[in-house]
Design a protein around this ligand. Structure first.
Ligand SMILES: Nc1nc2c(ncn2[C@@H]2O[C@H](COP(=O)(O)OP(=O)(O)O)[C@@H](O)[C@H]2O)c(=O)[nH]1
Ligand SMILES: [Mg+2]
Length: 348
């Protein structure tokens, strides 16, 4: 699953990408090619599990992040940028909330309109072409083609009204059809208000404009500051955060927000060697979750022994969980719950 950073040129996408990936990927300023990296997802539940289960290593889950070049004001490069946006699963829309000497005063609402407008128009072009094709295909007795045409016509209506496809009501089949066309306005989106160092409290009108665009939700951060924090040794971060009036780096909230936008949940494995977080689609079946660890465990799946991490925090040890009858044995049909701590039994 890939999460793409999008926004107008100069809003701080690459700076944020470097913060998220802890400067592990070399980037070329102004490059028209996307850069790809991995962001670790900070997780307080994971740290707490490791307090109860003595272990050698704690390994966080991660999300793949793609730094996509900014959407320019038209021209040849626009199509190139939009093609990259079609390929990711979810979007993080970065908006400039500081007054910039070169780019001018912050205009979040205006920038968001331009960005959303480009995505909408581009989806309209795709849907019109797709309807033509699907109409021809649906002339026969092909039920699948008829359904596809129905979805495309509904999509067209929404877009004609200037509304993004994510506003529509779609079932899983409809969503699959929309995905196959790479519609950008159908992708889940997380709004990010990129502020100056003085505004990390997020109480400005500019930040409010970004929140409004995100149905009340936006991650507020200062990308340059986050990038500097990411360069520091773990031990030196506290002091820097304190001096900025922050309790934890905002990239943590951002990575968690991306996960939620992608419809993902987390389960844990906990043993002597490692305590580790794994990311899976919400409510996915136990064997599929096992497959996130290794395909052999999925193939030879017998059962999952699990408990909720809350039980561990309440009862203090796996032994106590067992004694309290809270250790569950789940079969192939089990839908994973967020926060499960699991031991998979398998046979290959
Ligand atoms: N004041 C301020 N400047 C920033 C912030 N984030 C990025 N910048 C600056 O904005 C410029 C463009 O940033 P960049 O990450 O390359 O933007 P991109 O075009 O969206 O990838 C750089 O000079 C950054 O140092 C921020 O949070 N506050
Ligand atoms: Mg950039």
């Amino acid at each position: 699953m890939d999460c793409g950073l999008i926004g107008r040129p100069g809003v701080g996408k690459t700076t944020l990408f470097q913060a998220l990936t802890a400067h592990s990927v070399p980037v070329t300023p102004g490059a028209m090619k996307p850069a790809m990296g991995v962001a670790a997802i900070p997780d307080t539940r994971l740290d707490r599990i490791a307090e109860f289960v003595p272990t050698q290593k704690v390994i966080p889950a991660s999300v793949r992040v793609v730094d996509i070049p900014g959407v320019p004001g038209g021209g040849d490069s626009l199509g190139q940028v939009l093609a990259h946006i079609r390929n990711v699963d979810a979007l993080t829309h970065v908006v400039r909330c500081w007054d910039d000497a070169g780019l001018g005063p912050a205009d979040p609402a205006g920038d968001i309109d331009v960005m959303d407008g480009e995505l909408l128009i581009s989806d309209l072009v795709v849907v019109e072409g797709a309807i033509d094709k699907a109409t021809r295909a649906a002339r026969g007795a092909d039920a699948e083609a008829k359904q596809r045409l129905g979805v495309l016509e509904r999509a067209n209506e929404l877009l004609q009204e200037g509304r993004p496809l994510r506003d529509g009501e779609w079932d899983a089949t409809d969503m699959g059809i929309l995905k196959s066309y790479g519609f950008m306005t159908a992708k889940p989106v997380l709004m990010v208000a990129n502020v100056s160092e003085d505004d990390v409290a997020g109480d400005t009108a500019a930040v409010q404009a970004v929140r409004d665009a995100g149905n009340g939700i936006a991650v507020v951060l200062c990308a340059t500051l986050e990038s500097e924090i990411a360069e520091l040794e773990e031990a030196d971060r506290g002091e820097m955060l304190d001096s900025m009036g922050l309790t934890q780096p905002a990239v943590g909230a951002l990575a968690q927000g991306m996960n939620a936008a992608l419809g993902l949940s987390t389960f844990y494995t906990a043993g002597e060697k490692e305590v580790r977080a794994w990311v899976i689609p919400e409510s996915c079946p136990a064997p599929e979750a096992a497959g996130a660890i290794h395909s052999d465990i999925q193939r030879g799946f017998i059962r999952a022994e699990c408990y909720g991490c809350g039980d561990l925090f309440d009862l203090g040890s796996e032994k106590a969980i067992k004694e309290a009858g809270k250790l569950r044995s789940e079969g192939k049909g089990y839908a994973m719950q967020d926060g499960d701590v699991v031991h998979f039994l398998f046979n290959v």
